[in-house]
Design a protein around this ligand. Structure first.
Ligand SMILES: C[S@@+](CC[C@H](N)C(=O)[O-])C[C@H]1O[C@@H](n2cnc3c(N)ncnc32)[C@H](O)[C@@H]1O
Length: 202
């Protein structure tokens, strides 16, 4: 039996060369006080490194933007660290997250006590068109194709102090797009491998 620990290490070395990624090792692990119950487990765990990411990136804590809200778990986590969180989603799902019908009202209700979270029903393409706003942090967690992640992520990296991308470990196309965005912006690509992977561009 080939040792899976060795296989993981080799993959890690290969990725650091191919994608120019830097392994992210958080120093602060802090579970935020306010979180909604998560229907999906995919993002659970990442809430505990948000404080570390804000410290490490040196971003301000005024306004975070999220592309891909779904039921609201990651928005609720972000709301602990930013004065305002804007969440953009079509609220009808996609081929990777699944199609759950129209969940806008359900998500609004999930987040009813999170008064600093504003939800906008929009495709990311309409939201970014001609938009020159700057955000302290942008979280990208939409459909996990290379094209969508690259287009949405490039705009995000250009309009934020720090941009973070979920699913770098579970979707190769996401990791590829994040690596290409960092290169195009002349920024660094840190990768946190746990909880399906979180790419961090600073
Ligand atoms: C993986 S889920 C987000 C999960 C959420 N970040 C969490 O962990 O709590 C992906 C979401 O992206 C949304 N989405 C997919 N394509 C989109 C697009 N083109 N514009 C905006 N939202 C989109 C879907 O509706 C879905 O709710």
């Amino acid at each position: 039996m080939f040792n899976t620990g060795i296989a993981t290490k080799l993959r890690s070395i290969r990725d650091s060369i191919v994608y120019n990624e830097i392994n992210y090792v958080p120093t602060i692990i802090e579970r935020p006080k306010n979180l909604i119950h998560s229907k999906s487990q995919a993002w659970v765990g990442l809430e505990s490194i948000l404080k570390d990411i804000t410290n490490f990136s040196g971003c301000e804590n005024n306004h975070a933007l999220e592309f891909g809200v779904e039921f609201g778990y990651s928005s609720s986590a972000l709301s602990n660290y930013f004065t305002k969180v804007t969440g953009v989603d079509i609220f009808t799902g996609d081929e990777h997250a699944g199609f759950h019908g129209d969940i806008y009202e359900l998500t609004r209700n999930n987040l009813k006590d999170y008064t600093n979270v504003e939800l906008i029903r929009s495709d990311y393409r309409d939201f970014i068109k001609g938009n020159e706003q700057h955000f302290d942090l942008i979280h990208v967690d939409i459909i996990h194709t290379y094209e969508a992640t690259y287009e949405c992520g490039l705009w995000s990296a250009q309009h934020s102090t720090v941009s973070i991308f979920h699913d770098t470990e579970s979707y190769k196309d996401v990791k590829r797009a994040v690596a290409d965005i960092a290169k195009a912006c002349n920024k660094k690509f840190y990768n946190y491998k746990k909880y399906n992977g979180l790419g961090i561009i600073i």
